[in-house]
Design a protein around this ligand. Structure first.
Ligand code: XIL
Length: 372
């Protein structure tokens, strides 16, 4: 073979090899779908959470394996709420929380505690005793409650939602709850100070819903956060529940994230799900306009989940990304259906606990390159 022919042959072989390389490159979506050994948590660079009912996860093998595969952070849906810990009297029952702690330990997951103070589902005996004994009793109770719960889990729980939903549904006013009626807005600050004294290392969050939907509410929350920072109230993070609707504008999500991040605190998307119908935010059920889930809707929802991940990465600086948590994360168990009395499909897994396009869409949002 002459030198020229040899050179030609080498070039052909080289081109052939590099063409093979190119054809090996799969589209991103296919690559994600084929990486069945990975979960959502393996694609991003911040924690990915799931809200669970630990008894369900322990009983249901498929649910358990989805939980372990996808999440490195866990929130309890209800078991750490005050009404679950002190149901009938002031003697706390920690059985479920303890079992949650061993579940997260066994699986090497971060445990997020919530919520120390929330108006919804306040045990009746607390308001009744306050009526009889007065605000001083309620103050002692609150301090004692926080002093009992927080230190008990100080090695297990890295962060707490200290107060949940202290603002009105749609406006910037404080919600007139039992706690507000008893102490005025000072109860929020009290709870943060008690929690900090109980575990100075715990990262303390304020959590609420609808910041992306109601701008006045967002601004009031942000104003409270700056006020806390200025006066040394020990707040470390803001939780945005983000129970979204398909037509929640991306600009609105971006604004809520940007304003939260501008405070310098950690930012947690704490309860993500996305519905096709409408919530009635005053809890009187939802507005059922859509009753069938089509393939087209599934793809649109995937795109929306992708956008949420992209927006979070774009607007929350790395050091402030506490993570994104999915509430219930499957269409079988989602709280949305009973709570709003809706036929709905708001999560990443379907009723049979199989991944929906939304599952892959969100992951695309974690890995797609963004311009900052
Ligand atoms: C929900 C639970 O998922 C339901 O099981 C329960 O009946 C009501 O609370 N915002 C919150 C969460 O802060 O605690 C709520 O969780 C969902 C809305």
């Amino acid at each position: 073979m002459c030198t020229r022919t040899l050179l030609f042959a080498i070039i052909i072989v080289f081109l052939g090899a590099s063409c093979k390389e190119v054809s090996k490159e799969k589209p991103l979506s296919q690559h994600i779908r084929e990486s069945t050994d990975k979960g959502i948590k393996d694609w991003g660079n911040f924690p990915i959470g799931g809200a669970i009912n630990v008894r369900k996860a322990l009983k249901d093998r498929k649910l358990d394996s989805i939980t372990v595969q996808n999440f490195n952070s866990i929130t309890s849906t209800n078991d750490m709420k005050m009404y679950a810990i002190v149901k009938e009297d002031s003697i706390p029952d920690f059985t479920r929380v303890d079992s949650l702690v061993s579940y997260t330990k066994k699986n090497g997951m971060r445990l997020f505690g919530r919520a120390l103070v929330w108006h919804y589902g306040l045990p009746k005996w607390i308001s009744k005793t306050t009526e009889e004994k007065g605000a001083a009793w309620a103050d002692t109770f609150l301090r004692k409650y926080i002093d009992t719960v927080v230190p008990r889990y100080k090695d297990d729980v890295v962060a707490w939602d200290v107060v949940n939903e202290a603002f009105d549904t749609k406006t910037g006013a404080y919600r007139k709850t039992f706690w507000y009626e008893t102490f005025g807005k000072e109860y929020i600050e009290k709870a943060f100070r008690y929690a900090h004294a109980a575990d100075p290392d715990a990262k303390l969050f304020y959590n609420d819903f609808g910041q992306e939907k109601y701008p006045e509410k967002l601004d009031s929350i942000i104003a409270m956060v700056y006020d806390f920072k200025n006066r040394g109230v020990p707040i470390r993070g803001i939780g945005l529940q983000m129970h979204l609707e398909m037509d929640t504008p991306e600009q609105a999500i971006a604004d809520a994230l940007k304003k939260s991040a501008a405070t310098g605190l950690l930012v947690h998307i704490s309860e993500l799900d996305i519905i096709f119908n409408k919530h009635n935010d005053e809890n009187d059920g939802g507005e059922q306009a859509i009753t069938e889930l089509t393939e087209e809707m599934k793809l649109a929802q995937a795109e929306k989940f992708k956008q949420v991940a992209l927006l979070y990465r774009k607007h929350v600086p790395k050091a402030q990304r506490f993570g994104i948590t999915f509430w219930d994360f499957n269409d079988r168990d989602t709280w949305i259906k009973p709570f709003f009395d809706l036929k709905e499909w708001p999560t990443n897994y379907d009723e049979n606990l199989d991944p929906k396009p939304a599952y892959y869409g969100f992951i695309e949002g974690l890995v797609t390159k963004i311009e900052n």
